[in-house]
Design a protein around this ligand. Structure first.
Ligand SMILES: [Zn+2]
Length: 457
């Protein structure tokens, strides 16, 4: 495979410098698509429009419904076919007041944000002694019942990695910490934000209660506040904190997915699905998470099919309710999981440049991976030996064995901003966004026009 890849790249490079390109549709199409997408404005305009005209879009709220209406209108205006909303209902957690202060020994306010599905405190809040755990493993090791009546505090400082993989390891504090603390008798839990910045902004995010535990108030401190609390605790005196986290749960609220297509020539070849999510957390305007992904997939699909219909339909899935548990991805799978899908891809990691492509293709499809890698190589993108895994909007399809390509984006600064009030348009770097659109455009072109079966019978 390495030889084929290098050979193709060499041919492209020489072709573009010394002579007209060979006349196959792939080789004439790819450089044109790649170059045009590097000048793209569609993605930027989508992100700018959605974040300006709708703003925050929490799942299952009227804001998310506005986002669906906005996206439907924009996708129609861009020329997509079969643009529609597919509704479903879901339970919705709504943030109220997020306040905390150290009562003793050094009284002062703390900046924090309730985590999704947090229980509410009484309106007057609650107060107790804080018990400190440097890591999630330390919390896990605490004897059962040892936190009775106390507030657990886990400070497990996340470190940035280029591929964002540290979110899996450190994110466990948010995903599992609250249930573990409740099981050990805690009346509330504070965690250090799952973030890599040093700003006084808390990172929200969802957590799901384990079946056997009672929900308790759960919140993330900004990283400077977590550091401050660690120092206060380090002075050796008992530390008391007052927390007010008011929130509520509503049942059966309307949410939905937005679908749009560029029809292909061969309906029996299966669709290529390009997914993102429309909902966002409530504090920012969801520019990097995930207006960017939606702008990228829509723009890239248009560039890929600019010269005319491809073999396969490119279907855009702008999912609802990703942030709170992937309701949109599951609703898409129950409505469309039985239809033939040739490939699924998802963009949900901001707008910074793509640096690596991961594949999970049926055996015998190495030549397709080589063609996609060759199309990506001039954009400075390498091919990994790690199998692609997709993301939560396409998770049910990936689990069902549909081929997947991950265009891995640079995640070095993603978790500085993720799920905070700082997730705003100014964080989107237009040149990196255009490189991203270009990578997506050539990958969609190659897969949608591929002569291979991609597992579709
Ligand atoms: Zn996201």
């Amino acid at each position: 495979m390495q030889k084929i890849r290098l050979g193709t790249v060499t041919a492209l490079v020489f072709g573009s410098i010394f002579s007209p390109l060979p006349a196959s549709s792939a080789s004439t199409g790819i450089p044109t698509i790649r170059e045009a997408a590097l000048q793209d404005n569609v993605a930027w305009d989508f992100i700018e429009g959605l974040t300006t005209e709708v703003g925050p879009r929490p799942a299952g709220t009227a804001r998310e419904e506005l986002a669906r209406d906005w996206a439907v209108a924009r996708l129609k205006r861009l020329g997509f076919a079969n643009v529609r909303t597919e509704p479903y209902k879901m339970p919705v957690w709504l943030r109220g007041r997020d306040e905390a202060e150290v009562i003793a020994p050094f009284p002062q306010k703390l900046v924090l944000a309730a985590l999704g599905n947090s229980a509410s405190t009484p309106n007057r809040g609650l107060e107790s002694e804080v018990i400190y755990f440097p890591t999630l493993a330390d919390l896990q090791a605490a004897p059962d019942g040892s936190l009775k009546g106390k507030i657990a505090f886990v400070s497990h400082a996340m470190k940035a990695t280029q591929d964002g993989s540290s979110y899996g390891y450190f994110g466990a504090t948010r995903r599992q910490g609250p249930s573990i603390a409740s099981r050990k008798g805690a009346i509330a839990i504070l965690i250090r934000s799952i973030g890599t910045d040093h700003h006084r902004l808390a990172h929200s995010g969802v957590q799901m209660w384990a079946d056997d535990v009672k929900p308790i108030p759960a919140a993330a401190l900004s990283t400077p506040d977590a550091d401050q609390l660690v120092r206060i605790i380090g002075r050796g005196k008992p530390v008391r904190v007052h927390i007010t986290l008011t929130s509520k749960m509503l049942q059966d609220q309307p949410s939905g997915n937005v679908i749009a297509e560029i029809p292909g020539k061969d309906p029996s070849a299966g669709v290529v699905l390009a997914a993102c999510h429309l909902d966002s957390w409530d504090q920012g305007t969801g520019a990097i998470d995930d207006a960017s992904g939606c702008g990228i997939v829509a723009a890239a699909a248009l560039h890929a099919a600019k010269a005319g219909p491809l073999r396969r339909t490119i279907r855009i899935l702008m999912a609802g309710a990703e942030e709170v548990g992937g309701d949109g991805g599951r609703a898409y799978f129950s409505a469309h999981g039985a239809e033939p899908h040739a490939m699924v891809m998802e963009s949900d990691f901001g707008s910074d440049r793509v640096w690596r492509a991961d594949y999970k293709l049926p055996t015998g499809h190495d030549a397709l991976a080589a063609r996609v890698s060759a199309a990506l190589a001039p954009l400075g993108i390498t091919q990994s030996r790690t199998a692609a895994g997709g993301g939560s909007d396409i998770e049910p399809l990936v689990k069902a064995g549909i081929p997947v390509i991950d265009l891995q984006q640079d995640g070095t600064r993603y978790f500085d901003i993720h799920h905070t009030a700082d997730d705003t348009l100014d964080k989107v770097d237009k040149a990196q966004l255009q490189q991203n659109v270009s990578a997506w455009a050539v990958a969609l072109f190659e897969t949608a026009d591929a002569p291979e079966s991609l597992g579709v019978k």
